[in-house]
Design a protein around this ligand. Structure first.
Ligand code: NAP
Length: 261
């Protein structure tokens, strides 16, 4: 009985799912989770080697699973537009779940950051998210259970020294999410965000590779440790579920308690 209930609420068979950043970190974990179902998944990433590695990981879980992978370095409107045009050539006209896991970080105090550093982070984390949203709308509208999930961060609501561009971009992304939730409610498209605390992914290598920095970070985490990428999956499944029809404009903190202090 318990299993049937779970199956009904969290079944992603016959879905079209697009994962921006699906070749790495959270995106890869999400790809592995959704690959267990009979669906169509597109992943987008920059690094072909990481894409190939991600596809191998999927085969370990579901050996017959075919994933559509698109290599793209999204930096401006033209690159995003070109990417969405490619969806059509792959016979993807509808998106049921769109996960936006793209992100970069440049850590330094403002006196040591160039304006170019600032612009790069704002561009990838915020401008590209705007463009992904804009160009995905017509695809999402065709679904009767459309979900968009943006990866913000705890730094969308609190901050830390050396995070001016990152925190500013994630604060912006949080409000982009909420505004789209308002605009797209009339289409029954839900738009939510997940705000992770520090996790063991590539993005955090500069912190993980510096023992002093790592210890400093752990002091802020009530659970006293970084999260494992697989600990994000339950939140993604909850927001992605066809039954999560009335959850929109929400932000789930998955941060080991950091922002509750
Ligand atoms: N890890 C954490 O502790 C943490 C905490 C809070 C929020 N987040 C957020 O969660 C999201 C995923 O982070 P992660 O930890 O999984 O990091 P990650 O492993 O570094 O993944 C980032 C992804 O973004 C892609 N990407 C970056 N710039 C791109 C571009 N210009 N065009 C296309 N793809 C691009 C990367 O592709 P390539 O690998 O091919 O370059 C990669 O797939 C990010 O938005 C991040 O800010 C992470």
């Amino acid at each position: 009985m318990g299993f049937q209930l779970e199956d009904k609420y969290f079944n992603f068979d016959n879905y079209n799912i697009v994962i921006f950043g699906g070749n790495s970190g959270f995106g890869l974990e999400i790809l592995k989770a959704f690959s267990r179902y009979n669906n169509k998944i597109i992943i987008v990433g920059r690094d072909q080697k990481k894409i190939n590695k991600a596809l191998k990981e999927v085969k370990k879980i579901n050996k017959n699973k075919k994933i559509i992978s698109l290599k793209a370095n999204l930096t401006n409107e033209k690159t995003v537009k070109t990417l969405f045009n490619k969806f059509k050539t792959k016979k993807i006209n509808k998106i049921d779940i769109l996960i936006n896991c793209i992100g970069i970080n440049k850590r330094n105090n403002i006196e040591n950051l160039s304006f170019q550093d600032w612009q790069e982070v704002i561009n990838i984390n915020l401008n590209i998210s705007f463009l992904i949203s804009k160009y995905s709308l017509n695809f999402l509208k065709k679904s009767n259970k459309a979900r968009m999930i943006n990866f913000t961060s705890i730094f969308s609501t609190v901050s830390f020294e050396g995070r001016t561009p990152y925190a500013s971009s994630k604060g912006g992304l949080l409000l982009l999410t909420k505004t789209l939730a308002l605009e797209w409610a009339k289409y029954n498209i839900t738009v939510n965000s997940i705000s992770p605390g520090p996790f063991l992914t590539e993005l955090n290598l500069p912190v993980l590779n510096n023992k002093k920095n790592y210890r400093e970070f752990c002091k802020n985490i009530p659970m006293g440790r970084f999260g494992n990428p697989e600990e994000i999956i339950t939140s993604v499944m909850f927001l992605s579920s066809a039954r999560s029809t009335y959850v929109t404009g929400s932000n789930i903190m998955v941060d080991g308690g950091w922002t509750s202090k």
